[in-house]
Design a binder for this molecule. Structure first.
Ligand SMILES: Cc1ncc(COP(=O)(O)O)c(C=O)c1O
Length: 489
């Protein structure tokens, strides 16, 4: 591909994406297509001969673009994936072109400096001091894994890196934790049964009495407490665990405290109710994902560590083929020595460019809008006879359920699943379902700068219409009761 073709293709793509963003609201959020058809669309052997770029592009316009989930559509309020900032999109283009490899200083000196500055902005934001550090990761899953690995190594006095685990240990987190915590406990060699899933209170925060009992029981059985994972914004309802109290317990018991702020970290940017006073800075390590509520395009997660030296203690190996003999003054920061991953794309660029272009204040306004939208839905639901809300949303995640029919648990689950499918087919919104305290709920979560208050009103109207219409079908017909009925489900 020569420079002329590259330029032409690039201009074409930028025109196409400008048009895409401009008209995104007119598209169906989710494609009306069977998975089998998509498999068939791409079923071809490895191409041996070249094709002109226009032909490849035409194929994308035919096979990819019509069948995307348009997460930038204002009606996308589903699993936590934001409307990406357009400047972040441009940044990713630039990032791929430069192909700096952040793992080693020699493959991207300025990129390493820029990423370190971006991490510093994040450590400042959470309230860490100058000794803090971190890495941008593929996402919260990887960041939680690294946080748990740091906990293990610290708790074993840095023996586990060499010898593996010699004793029985336990990790504590609430029943509302993200599944990445379970996977991390497995991956660091404890096994999933070493995770104590603690009950939550009526606001879905971890119950401290349950934590204390679990620790006491473990001690009695000769199991050593290793780490508490405090959640700063649960996936379902945005609940914030009492981090200050968790710190006190962790100190008393000699435990590492990891905070999962993958989603909730966005609240630190809020102009109206910045959650900077919840003790997040007391955690030893923190997961915070710019690709969630900072509206960065995937992927850009982050793990932050209060004492950067712990990263080196956990991951600091230097194979000879990576030695940088020109670094006489030891000034070249090598991410591979201070983190798990080696080859890494230059994720810092899109986060850096988004902060520069919009400023923290503008991003905070989007966050405040999303919180306002969730609270508006909540206020409509509390005065609605046929719906109930799980809790008043502290952030933008809200769970609501239909209770306008006397359905048992299983049938209520079916109803919510049916309705979510219909909502998907409507092309207007995309939401999911979840389980909370034994009941099924609609999970609605705007992390989207295009969503407006009116979308919440339209969504609730549509949910009501679809719930009623589903109840008319043969499967549910006999159970329908007046809209004021209470649920058993
Ligand atoms: C609280 C929390 N932690 C961790 C994760 C995992 O993050 P990722 O999907 O970026 O790996 C999520 C994802 O939604 C989450 O909500």
């Amino acid at each position: 591909m020569d420079a002329r073709e590259f330029r032409q293709l690039g201009h074409h793509i930028v025109d196409l994406l400008s048009e895409y963003f401009e008209h995104i609201e007119e598209k169906p959020v989710f494609p009306d297509v069977e998975p089998q058809l998509l498999t068939e669309l791409f079923a071809e052997p490895l191409p041996q001969a070249p094709s002109p770029a226009e032909k490849v592009l035409a194929e994308l316009e035919e096979k990819l673009l019509p069948y995307c989930t348009h997460v930038g559509h204002p009606g996308y309020m589903g699993l936590i994936t934001p409307s990406p900032t357009p400047v972040g999109v441009i940044a990713d283009f630039l990032c791929s072109a430069l192909n700096q490899n952040i793992g080693a200083y020699t493959i991207g000196p300025a990129a390493v400096a820029m990423e370190r500055r971006t991490v510093r902005w994040l450590t400042d934001l959470v309230g860490y001091g100058q000794e803090a550090g971190g890495n941008l990761t593929s996402g919260g899953m990887m960041a939680n894994f690294i946080g748990l690995k740091l906990a293990r190594d610290w708790a074993s006095r840095d023996r586990a890196q060499q010898d593996g685990l010699q004793e029985r240990w336990a990790v504590y987190a609430s029943e509302e934790r993200h599944v990445s915590v379970d996977k991390a406990v497995d991956a660091i060699g404890l096994g999933r049964t070493a995770l104590r899933a603690l009950p939550t209170d009526s606001e879905f925060r971890v119950r401290l009495d349950a934590l204390e009992s679990a620790i006491a029981e473990d001690r009695r059985r000769g199991v050593r407490p290793m780490c508490i994972v405090g959640i700063f914004g649960t996936t379902n309802t945005g609940a914030v665990d009492p981090i200050r109290e968790l710190r006190i317990i962790a100190d008393r018991e000699g435990m590492w405290l990891h905070a999962d702020a993958a989603y909730g970290g966005g609240m630190l940017l809020s102009n109206e109710s910045p959650m900077c006073n919840r003790g997040l800075e007391l955690a030893d390590s923190i997961t915070i994902d710019p690709h969630k509520w900072f509206y960065a395009p995937l992927d850009a997660g982050a793990v932050l560590v209060k004492d950067e030296r712990r990263l080196t203690a956990s991951f600091g190996m230097k194979p000879s083929y990576l030695a940088d003999e020109l670094d006489h003054a030891r000034e070249r920061y090598q991410y591979y020595v201070h983190g798990f991953e080696q080859s890494r794309r230059f994720r810092g660029l899109k986060v850096w460019m988004s902060f520069k272009r919009y400023g923290a204040r503008q991003i905070g306004e989007w966050i405040d809008n999303n919180v306002r939208q969730a609270r508006h839905l909540y206020s409509m639901v509390v005065s609605h006879p046929a719906f109930e809300a799980a809790s008043k949303p502290p952030m933008s995640a809200i769970c609501i359920r239909y209770r306008g029919a006397n359905l048992d648990g299983e049938r209520s689950k079916q109803l919510h699943a049916h309705v979510v499918r219909r909502i998907e087919q409507s092309g207007k919104f995309w939401i999911s379902t979840t389980e909370l305290k034994g009941k099924t709920w609609f999970r609605i979560n705007p992390v989207n700068f295009r969503t407006r208050i009116e979308h919440m009103e339209q969504l609730l109207r549509l949910l009501e219409k679809e719930c009623r219409s589903c109840l008319q079908t043969a499967r549910f017909a006999t159970d329908e009761s007046p809209a004021t009925g209470t649920s058993q489900g």
